[in-house]
Design a binder for this molecule. Structure first.
Ligand code: C5P
Length: 288
């Protein structure tokens, strides 16, 4: 039976700004997004019967239509009018769930790319992005990957010059933050501090890693309730241990720091790993 294995890469928000609440309930965003090497593996097999089935190595993940990978497969089959006799999806998860790194969206994007390659190789990424936005706001970026400015709900993507190579330490406190709940807490008119997105784009154009790292900022950090204090603690520790810049990704609670020196990144990884088991030492990735 036709089968394919696709990598699904995590993303980080170098900047995240919320411009306004829209009439459809979503928010108008402006974000600098970057793919990193932390990844899941998504295996797809078509023609096995049984409709769309999902299995994963994490027992607590939903395997029905609440799973974004199943949703992506359903959207793909419907939008392309394809009947392939069933899709079986197996996900090996390494990206932490509910962490602000688009782990679910990356799996959804991997399903769209994998089904395209298996069933409809003539479809462009632009077509997949159009399908992806109905699966989730971060799916379009996960289809394109690399370094990009994401606007609108996240689906208006402008590719940017590749980020200079560096070492990335990511640490996630041991809890989840609800994305809709955090969006609901934000009053766009009251945001006091915003990221310098234009300046960060200029740094990318000049290959200026230090300038870029200094501009890492996410408006959600100021809206975090006090019980999430580990987010700020991790950010400060990363800076103390030599990170050029650090910040929370998406709606958190993952926090990342960029390092130019590998020895410092390794030391920070070791120090944080003992306190936060979901700590990773990764690199940036130029494409998916
Ligand atoms: O699109 P997605 O399903 O990932 O969005 C999850 C939730 O995040 C939405 O239901 C909405 O509450 C919020 N959201 C938003 N504006 C965006 C993206 C997400 O308000 N641009």
């Amino acid at each position: 039976m036709p089968a394919i294995s696709v990598h699904a890469y995590a993303k980080l928000n170098l900047t995240l700004d919320i411009l306004e609440k829209r009439d459809d309930g979503y928010h108008e965003m402006r974000m600098l997004m970057q793919t990193v090497t932390l990844r899941d593996t998504v295996k797809l097999e078509t023609g096995a019967g049984n409709g769309i089935t999902v299995s994963t190595n994490l027992r607590y993940l939903p395997t029905d239509q609440r799973n974004i990978a199943a949703k992506a497969a359903a959207v793909f089959l419907r939008e392309t009018g394809t009947d392939c006799g069933g899709v079986s999806i197996r996900i090996e998860k390494h990206i932490p769930v509910c962490a602000g790194m688009a782990g679910g969206s990356a799996d959804g994007a991997a399903v769209l790319r994998g089904l395209r390659d298996l069933l409809r190789p003539e479809l462009s990424n632009r077509e997949l992005v159009r399908m992806g936005v109905s699966v989730g706001s971060d799916v379009p970026f996960c289809i394109q990957g690399g370094t990009a400015l994401a606007e609108g709900r996240g689906e208006i993507l402008t590719p940017l010059p590749a980020m200079p190579m560096c070492h990335v330490v990511i640490a996630k406190p041991d809890y989840c933050i609800s994305t809709p709940a955090l969006f609901a807490k934000i009053d766009c008119r009251k945001i006091v501090r915003r990221p310098d997105t234009a300046g960060a784009v200029e740094c990318l154009e000049q290959g200026d890693l230090k300038g870029l790292a200094r501009r890492i900022y996410n408006v959600f950090e100021d809206a975090l309730p006090p019980q999430y204090r580990e987010v700020g603690m991790i950010r400060r520790r990363l800076i103390d241990m030599g990170a050029l810049g650090a910040g929370m990704s998406g709606t958190g609670p993952s926090v990342f720091g960029l390092f130019s020196r590998e020895d410092e990144a390794r030391a920070a990884y070791g120090a944080l790993k003992s306190a936060f088991p979901a700590t990773f030492l990764v690199k940036i990735k130029q494409s998916v």
